[in-house]
Design a protein around this ligand. Structure first.
Ligand SMILES: Nc1nc2c(ncn2[C@@H]2O[C@H](COP(=O)(O)OP(=O)(O)OP(=O)(O)O)[C@@H](O)[C@H]2O)c(=O)[nH]1
Ligand SMILES: [Mg+2]
Length: 243
C-alpha cells in the first residue's frame, strides 16, 4: 500500500478513466487510486471494478445515486482515514488536472498540512475556458478572499493534497456544502483550525471528453455559503494560533 491516495470522483467518465488510471500508476511516485462513482449510467463504475480487479493499487467506492462532488469526496476521506494513508489527494477525473503535477504537491506537503493547486498564483493558467467562465472564477476567488480573509489565490480549485492530520483536525460530518463551496469550506475550516496551507501553481485544462456537471445552483450555493462561513467563525478573518 502506498502512503498516498488519489481520490477521483466520477460521474460518466468512461472515456477518461482507463487513461487516468494508467497515468496515475505510471507516476514516478507510487500512489493508490480510489474511484468514487455515483452509479454512472455510462458504466464507469463497472469499468472501475474491472480496473481494480487487475491492479491492487486501484480501489472503488460505489454510491447509489448522484449526490454531488462534496459528498463523494467525504465518503473518500472516510475510506482513507480508516486506512493508513498519510497524503490524501483530490483530483478531477476529466484531465482538467494533470496527474504529472502530483509529485510537486507531495513535495510541498512535506512542510504543509494542506496543499492547494492554484490556477491563479503568479498569473492565469487556464486552457480552453470562455472568458465568461474565467471571469466568474477569478471574481469568485476575490470575493472569497474579501469576505473570509483567506489569503489564497484559488479557493474554489479542486486539485488538493491533505495531510492526514488536516482531515483529522476538522469535523468532516459537519461539512454542509457540495459544489465549489465544498472546496472553499474544506480549506476555510482547515485554515481556521491553524493548520499550514501552501499553494502550488498548476495549469487547468477544460475537459476534452465527456460532459460537464457545472450548474447555476453550484454558483449560488458558493456565493451564499461564504457569508455563513464568516458568520459561523464569529466574524474572524484570521486563524486561531496553535499552542
Ligand atoms: N461521484 C461523483 N462525481 C462527480 C459528481 N459530479 C461531478 N463529478 C466528477 O467530479 C469531477 C469534476 O467534475 P466536472 O464535471 O468536471 O465538473 P466541473 O469541473 O465543475 O465542470 P466542467 O469542468 O465544466 O466539466 C469529474 O471527475 C466528474 O466526473 C457527482 O455528483 N458524483
Ligand atoms: Mg471538470
Amino acid at each position: 500500500m502506498s502512503k498516498t491516495l488519489v481520490i477521483v470522483p466520477t460521474f460518466n467518465e468512461r472515456e477518461n478513466l482507463p487513461a487516468m488510471a494508467r497515468r496515475l500508476l505510471n507516476l514516478p511516485v507510487p500512489v493508490d487510486l480510489l474511484v468514487v462513482d455515483d452509479n454512472s449510467p455510462d458504466g464507469t463504475g463497472r469499468l472501475a471494478d474491472d480496473l481494480a480487479a487487475q491492479h491492487p493499487a486501484i480501489h472503488v467506492l460505489h454510491r447509489q445515486e448522484k449526490n454531488g462532488l462534496g459528498r463523494a469526496y467525504l465518503a473518500g476521506f472516510a475510506w482513507a482515514l480508516e486506512r493508513d494513508y498519510e497524503f490524501i489527494m483530490e483530483m478531477d477525473g476529466d484531465f482538467s488536472h494533470n496527474p504529472d503535477d502530483i509529485p510537486r504537491f507531495l513535495e510541498a506537503a512535506q512542510t504543509a498540512d494542506l496543499v492547494l493547486g492554484s490556477r491563479y498564483c503568479g498569473g492565469i493558467r487556464v486552457i480552453n475556458w470562455p472568458l465568461k467562465r474565467l471571469l466568474l472564477s477569478t471574481s469568485a476567488a476575490q470575493y472569497v478572499r474579501l469576505i473570509t480573509g483567506m489569503p489564497f489565490t484559488d479557493p474554489t480549485g479542486g486539485f488538493k493534497c491533505f495531510r492526514r492530520r488536516a482531515l483529522q483536525s476538522i469535523r468532516l460530518d459537519a461539512i454542509q456544502s457540495n459544489g465549489y463551496s465544498f472546496q472553499i469550506e474544506m480549506t476555510h475550516r482547515i485554515w481556521m483550525s491553524g493548520m499550514r496551507v501552501a499553494e502550488v501553481p498548476i495549469v487547468f485544462t477544460e475537459r476534452f471528453q465527456g460532459c460537464s456537471k457545472m450548474s447555476g445552483n453550484i454558483v449560488w450555493e458558493a456565493l451564499i455559503m461564504v457569508w455563513s462561513l464568516w458568520i459561523k467563525c464569529a466574524f474572524r478573518r484570521s486563524p486561531r494560533k496553535l499552542p
